[in-house]
Each structure stands twice: as structure tokens, then as C-alpha cells.
Design a binder for this molecule. Structure first.
Ligand SMILES: NC(=O)c1ccc[n+]([C@@H]2O[C@H](COP(=O)([O-])OP(=O)(O)OC[C@H]3O[C@@H](n4cnc5c(N)ncnc54)[C@H](O)[C@@H]3O)[C@@H](O)[C@H]2O)c1
Ligand SMILES: [Zn+2]
Length: 522
């Protein structure tokens, strides 16, 4: 991976983008201006004032040159750093350089009022224009990243994706635990080393299902674990949702006890969402909580189930009735595992990727629109990564679903109704596809978004061979089931609805209004 250098004109948000990359993508970022200030103990403005620009440029060059040859992941330059030929000479093959660009009007908006910019004394607007003009040609030689019209997280995401930087996402859990999410082809090969690195681990239990077990990846994983000196065992439950049960849990506790595992053990969940939910609940509860590594092997589990810390089992036919919030120490997402996953299963996960794009990222949605076949998800690590990071971002803002996390329920209010009406025989992703189209049409009907939103959504889903209309048998009963959905408060129903491509909000609607907006019969 190359070292990333972020440059660009004053006021394009370089430092904010750097901070965002550090916080959300777990990369090490060095901000040249900030480092100059740290080393000298003075603000940039004070250095300009007391020692002059020349002195500042010397300090800046020192910091920049050291950073360029270091193992720092991202170097954020000052606006003028790369105007110096000597500094530019430090850039080499190992650097991926991105230049934030913004129209003059956006730059002016951001800079006017910012009082601590030493180069902008006097007639600010004029100074900005002159500087912008003088520096333009230099800046234009690098890869341009639009920053004027986009938010800082969008810009950061774009750079992370282009540079393949966002391999790790981080979720802080309280002040003591930290969950890391990595998306990388072949990362399954590092599970053993990572398990060993989790402090205190002596034994490991691989939890998987019968179908995944036949793929031949579990034995080699167990061998790796033993090779690094861990006491590794495997527990296999029958494939299918029925195994996400208290009975399975009891069997798994039995395995742990039989192998003499104590609190220093690590649970490794390798499989689809059924397994990641079950393994996470096992880890959350065995001896009041042990280490957990999740290796999701379906697209649905990679972009959804394994991210966000929800763990649980079904009880007496009720889905996810018993559970807890227990993010994994490590979520290791290996897109090469999707090679053996049947296309209909890829499509189920794709429905959730489309969902997150529609509610959160126009650029992801547009990338999905360009796909011709759903099978392309098997090769598009970048799209998987983007979907994962988007979900992680939302979950980080609202781990316990008090607010924004609810936008992830887009398509799910109707979707759950469809699932229930069909006795859970329709795959979740299919029900969500139907639900998304119904809810997007509802949003358009309510004037929240343009009719092109449901139309574009529908055409993607159809291309992926996902269903988009309510099955006849469900039509009459779906409403009854929806009205009993647990997310419904007594008087109002909550829907997460798109307000455009890449945007959504949660609205509460009275049941009669929702009913007529959806056009369902009670
Ligand atoms: N915790 C959450 O936030 C969350 C979110 C969404 C869904 N879920 C849960 O996830 C579950 C659904 O997930 P799922 O669709 O992955 O179901 P699943 O785990 O049952 O997997 C689907 C099928 O694919 C097989 N499989 C898995 N990996 C494979 C591979 N690499 N190659 C070939 N076959 C493979 C499995 O054996 C299974 O037969 C549900 O229980 C749902 O409640 C949880
Ligand atoms: Zn879902």
C-alpha cells in the first residue's frame, strides 16, 4: 500500500479529512501544520508573525521530508508545502497523491471569518483569488478529489477507497474495548496470528455450520491456530436458521466446557449471519464474555450481520428474541470467501448494499447502478468495503439505535411484514428488496423524494434478480404483521424513508396514513 499524501488549496478541508481518516479508518495520519506547531510549541500564525514565512517554510520542509520517508499511512500537507520544488522532489513511486479541489466560491466561504490564516491578511477575497490562480497549475498535476461540494466524511471515504486505505474500520466500545473491522482479500490467512495477538488467548473454538464446513476452510484454519500454539477445536451446527437457537447455544457451551476453555478463550465465528449472530452470543455469554473474532462468509453477513455488534438467537419462532450487544474484537472480511456462495445468496446481500447506498451514499448507489450482474460483487472488494464502512459509520454514531441507526431499517418495516406473512420462508434479502420498493414508492407518494428514486432502485434490484413486488399471498396479510412489528410505537409507525439518492430520514406516520400511503389492504 502506498503512502497517501493529501494536498490542496487553503480551505479545502485537508486537515478535517485527515482527522476523519484517522478516526474512521484506523490509519495513522500526520498533519504537517499540526506537527510543526507541536514541535515548535507555537501556532503557525505565531511563527509567521515572529519569525517570518521563511522560518515557517524551513520547519515545514523538515516535517514533511521526515514524514515522506516514514511508515505513516497518510501525510496531510499545508496549502503551500508542495509549491516548493525541493519538497515535491521527496515524492516518489511509493506515494499516492490526492489534491482536494474546490471552486473559489466554496473556498472563500470557508476561509472568510477564519482569522488565523497568515497568508490572507488584508483584502481576503482578492488574496484568495490571487493565490488560487498562482497555485492552480501546480495543484492540477495530481489526482483531483472534489471537496467543495461534498462533506468531509464523503471526501475521506473517496480517498480511502481510491487508495485502498480503508482496510480497517474501528468501533470504540466504551473506553475499554475496541472492535476492528478489516476488509481484505486473503485476510482469512491471518486469523490465527490475530487470535494469538488478542491478549490472553490460549484456546479457540471455531463455530461454523455444516455447509461452510464442507468448503474445506475450517480445517486449514484449525491447523493454523494449532501451528501458532493455540488449543483449537471446532464445533459445527447444522446449516439453516433453525440452528440460531438456545439448543445450539447449549451444545456450544458444552464444547467449551469439555475442552476446559476458560475466560482466556477466543470464539471464532466462521459462516453466514446465522453463525455470526450465534457465535457472537456465545462469546457474549460464556463466562460472562470472552474474545470474539468473526469471519463472515456470506455477502449479507459481511456487509450487515457481522457489523454493529448485534448478537442473538431466535426463541420459539420469534427472530432474534434473546440477544445482546457484543461487537467482535476483530471482524475479518475476506471477499474471496464469496467465490463459493451461490448467486441467489449474493443477491440477498446485494439488497442490503443497495439499501445502504440509497440511504447514505449517492456515490455507492451510482457505482452499484453501473454493475451489470450481481455476480460482480464477488470481485468488487471496494464496494463491499464501502458498504461496511458506511454501516460502521452509522453504528458508531448511534450504537444502541436511539437515532440515526434507524435509517438502516429502510425497506425493513414492510420487509419484516412480508417475511412474517410468508412464515419466514422467503429469504430476508428478497423481502427487503420488496420492502424497499414499497417504502421508496411511499416516500415518493408523500413528496419526500422524486419518483426517479423508486424507479432507479427498482431497476437495480431487477437486474440482480431480486423480487420487487409483493407476492399475491402476502398482499392481504402483510399489513397485519407490519402493524405488530416491534418497532411500532403505540400510536405511530416509524419508517426510514429516502429523501433522495444517498439520503434518508426517519418519519413517524399514523397507521391509517401509512396504510393508505402504502396502498395495502388491511
Ligand atoms: N446481527 C445483525 O445485525 C444482523 C443483520 C442482518 C442479518 N442478521 C442475521 O443473519 C442471518 C442471515 O444471514 P445469512 O443470509 O448469511 O444466512 P446463513 O448464515 O444461514 O447463510 C446462508 C447459507 O449460505 C451458506 N454459506 C455461508 N457461507 C458460504 C460460502 N462462503 N459459500 C457457500 N455457502 C455459504 C450457509 O451455510 C447457509 O446455508 C439471519 O439469522 C439474520 O437474522 C443479523
Ligand atoms: Zn436486513
Amino acid at each position: 500500500v502506498k503512502q497517501v499524501v493529501i494536498t490542496g488549496f487553503l480551505g479545502t478541508g485537508k486537515s478535517s479529512v485527515g482527522r476523519c481518516l484517522a478516526n474512521k479508518y484506523g490509519v495513522r495520519v500526520l498533519d504537517v501544520d499540526a506537527e510543526v506547531e507541536r514541535r515548535s510549541g507555537c501556532t503557525v500564525a505565531a511563527i509567521f508573525e515572529h519569525d517570518g514565512e521563511r522560518r515557517f517554510r524551513e520547519l515545514e520542509s523538515d516535517v514533511f521530508r521526515t514524514a515522506c520517508t516514514s511508515s505513516i499511512d497518510v501525510v496531510v500537507t499545508g496549502g503551500g508545502t508542495l509549491l516548493s520544488e525541493e519538497n515535491r522532489a521527496c515524492l516518489a513511486e511509493r506515494h499516492a497523491i490526492y489534491c482536494l479541489r474546490a471552486d473559489l466560491c466554496h473556498v472563500q466561504q470557508r476561509l472568510c471569518g477564519a482569522g488565523d490564516r497568515p497568508l490572507l491578511e488584508g483584502d481576503v477575497e482578492r488574496r484568495i483569488r490571487v493565490l488560487h490562480e498562482a497555485r492552480r497549475a501546480t495543484y492540477e498535476q495530481w489526482d483531483q478529489v472534489e471537496a467543495g461540494t461534498r462533506t468531509v466524511p464523503d471526501v475521506a471515504r473517496d480517498i480511502a477507497n481510491r487508495a485502498g486505505l480503508s482496510r480497517a474500520g474501528v468501533m470504540e466500545i466504551g473506553s475499554t474495548r475496541r472492535s476492528e473491522v478489516h476488509v481484505e482479500a486473503g485476510i482469512i490467512g491471518s486469523v490465527a496470528a490475530r487470535a494469538l495477538a488478542l491478549s490472553g488467548t490460549t484456546g479457540a473454538l471455531i463455530v461454523t455450520d455444516s455447509t461452510v464446513d464442507k468448503l474445506g476452510i475450517t480445517e486449514s484454519l484449525a491447523d493454523h491456530l494449532r501451528a501458532v500454539g493455540l488449543d483449537a477445536h471446532q464445533a459445527t451446527v447444522p446449516e439453516g436458521e433453525a440452528s440460531k437457537s438456545l439448543q445450539s447455544l447449549e451444545t456450544l457451551y458444552g464444547h467449551c466446557l469439555r475442552h476446559g476453555f476458560d475466560r482466556s478463550m477466543t470464539v471464532i465465528g466462521l459462516g453466514g449471519g446465522m453463525i455470526t449472530d450465534l457465535a457472537a452470543f456465545l462469546a457474549a455469554t460464556y463466562m460472562r464474555g470472552v474474545r470474539l473474532i468473526l469471519v463472515p462468509s456470506t455477502l449479507l453477513a459481511q456487509v450487515d450481520a457481522a457489523i454493529g455488534g448485534k448478537a442473538g438467537v431466535d426463541v420459539g419462532g420469534a427472530k432474534n428474541m434473546a440477544g445482546s450487544f457484543y461487537p467482535a474484537d476483530q471482524v475479518l472480511i475476506d471477499p474471496t470467501l464469496l467465490k463459493t456462495l451461490p448467486l441467489n445468496r449474493i443477491a440477498e446481500g446485494a439488497a442490503e448494499v443497495v439499501k445502504i447506498g440509497l440511504v447514505r451514499s449517492a456515490s455507492l448507489f451510482e457505482s452499484i447502478e453501473k454493475l451489470e450482474r450481481v455476480s460482480e460483487f464477488r470481485e468488487r472488494t471496494d464496494l463491499v468495503r464501502e458498504a461496511v464502512m458506511l454501516k460502521l459509520d452509522i453504528v458508531n454514531q448511534d450504537p444502541r439505535e436511539h437515532g440515526i441507526r434507524a435509517v438502516l431499517n429502510f425497506g425493513h418495516t414492510v420487509g419484516h411484514g412480508v417475511e412474517a406473512a410468508l412464515n419466514f420462508e422467503m429469504p430476508h434479502g428478497y423481502a427487503v428488496a420488496i420492502g424497499m420498493v414499497a417504502e421508496a414508492r411511499m416516500a415518493a407518494g408523500l413528496g419526500l423524494c422524486d419518483a426517479s428514486v423508486p424507479n432507479r432502485l427498482e431497476s437495480i434490484l431487477m437486474r440482480f434478480d431480486l423480487p420487487v413486488t409483493m407476492p399475491e399471498v402476502a398482499r392481504d396479510t402483510v399489513w397485519q404483521y407490519m402493524a405488530h412489528d416491534k418497532k411500532r410505537t403505540t400510536e405511530h409507525m416509524r419508517f426510514a424513508l429516502p429523501t433522495g439518492i444517498g439520503r434518508a430520514k426517519v418519519v413517524t406516520i399514523t397507521p391509517p396514513d401509512a396504510e393508505s400511503a402504502l396502498g395495502v389492504n388491511a
